[in-house]
Design a protein around this ligand. Structure first.
Ligand SMILES: *[C@@H]1O[C@H](CO)[C@@H](O)[C@H](O)[C@H]1NC(C)=O
Ligand SMILES: *[C@@H]1O[C@H](CO)[C@@H](O)[C@H](O)[C@H]1NC(C)=O
Ligand SMILES: *[C@@H]1O[C@H](CO)[C@@H](O)[C@H](O)[C@H]1NC(C)=O
Ligand SMILES: *[C@@H]1O[C@H](CO)[C@@H](O)[C@H](O)[C@H]1NC(C)=O
Ligand SMILES: *[C@@H]1O[C@H](CO)[C@@H](O)[C@H](O)[C@H]1NC(C)=O
Length: 295
């Protein structure tokens, strides 16, 4: 699962940091990024089968299958990083590792087969190809790690910033086994993507902060089990505790393989509704502003 990929990525950094020297971090990171770039794309050769989970049966039934799901665009990546030795604190060595990545194009494409019914009224079926991607995606990472004689490695600070542009190359083919519907959907996706990018730009401070804190929390659990870090983002002032509880529960469920149960419990909680409501209000607000800008 995705969790393992996160582990793998951090392994590289841990190897670098345990060697206690920015030069070595530079070599390890350089090797990792070069390898990713020369992979060009990543194809999952196994068929991915996604069933509507039993607990969501009241909302929908059916399944989706993906063949040759490919993440493309690694070869369009440019990167730059410059590890710095920050002043040590007592026994702790502190390294700051800023990494900038930019992708001219990045996205996912796949063969899909879907056969679902949503709420007994909306049939979702089709069999064909789809592609969803972004142009000019930049990722700015600012990572600060510390360690004590190659032990007690932890993340001091992790900041992630995303910037992306729409691609207008997105499509879905053979949806409802109908060309007209597919063309309509494809142009709809291409029309919505710029709005999504604008929405992200508008809210990037908040979303980047939440993503950064979640990644840091997962990494902390791996590197330093027992360390208790909080998800704190200014934009979440009103819901921080709820968000905190939800994330704690999520990470616990991930560890103990009880994710399905956790989803079921979480969906029922009033806190979830409050967080969802906050996000929904936020979207409404943005859309309203967008409309004001357009008119
Ligand atoms: C997936 O890709 C492989 C290699 O390109 C190809 O042989 C195979 O037919 C593809 N599978 C499907 C379902 O398209
Ligand atoms: C990353 O990009 C920012 C903004 O463009 C720039 O100020 C910074 O020097 C870059 N850092 C590296 C390591 O390339
Ligand atoms: C990156 O983090 C370090 C340590 O927290 C900080 O000193 C530096 O200003 C940050 N750089 C950027 C570009 O935010
Ligand atoms: C560092 O790790 C060692 C061994 O795991 C442990 O005994 C020690 O208490 C830790 N020190 C700190 C400051 O966390
Ligand atoms: C995205 O990149 C593709 C390929 O370079 C280009 O054809 C397309 O026009 C770009 N889209 C936008 C919205 O710039």
């Amino acid at each position: 699962m995705d969790y393992k990929l996160v582990l793998l990525a951090f392994n590289f950094l841990v190897i670098g940091v345990t060697a206690l020297s920015p030069i070595t971090i530079k070599i390890a990171l350089g090797a990792a990024l070069f390898k990713i770039k020369s992979m060009k794309q990543l194809t999952i050769n196994n068929e991915l089968l996604i069933n509507v989970p039993k607990i969501l049966e009241e909302y929908g039934v059916g399944y989706a299958k993906f063949n040759n799901l490919t993440i493309y665009g690694f070869d369009t990546m440019a990167y730059d990083f410059d590890p710095v030795d920050l002043p040590d604190e007592g026994d702790f060595t502190v390294n700051n590792i800023p990494v900038n990545l930019s992708f001219a194009e990045i996205g996912v494409r796949s063969k899909y087969y879907v056969d679902m019914g949503i709420l007994d009224t909306i049939p979702v079926y089709g069999e064909g190809d789809f592609r969803l991607g972004f142009n000019e995606t930049n990722v700015f990472i600012n990572l600060t790690m510390s360690d004590q004689y190659a032990q007690n490695i932890s993340i001091r600070d992790f900041d992630l910033k995303f910037v992306m542009r729409d691609s207008n190359q997105n499509y879905i083919r053979n949806f409802w086994k109908n060309e007209v519907v597919s063309n309509f959907l494809s142009s709809l996706i291409n029309d919505i993507e710029p709005l999504f990018c604008a929405w992200y730009d508008y809210n990037s401070e908040c979303i980047d902060c939440i993503l950064s804190r979640i990644i840091q929390k997962i990494a902390d659990q791996v590197l330093y089990p027992g360390k208790h870090s909080h998800i704190k983002c200014r934009c979440l002032n009103e819901v921080t505790d709820e968000m905190q509880n939800i994330l704690d529960g999520f990470l616990q469920a991930l560890d103990s393989n009880t994710l399905q149960m956790w989803i079921k419990d979480t969906l029922k909680k009033p806190q979830t509704v409050k967080v969802a409501r906050k996000i929904y209000d936020n979207i409404l607000l943005t859309v309203k502003d967008e409309n004001n800008l357009l008119n």
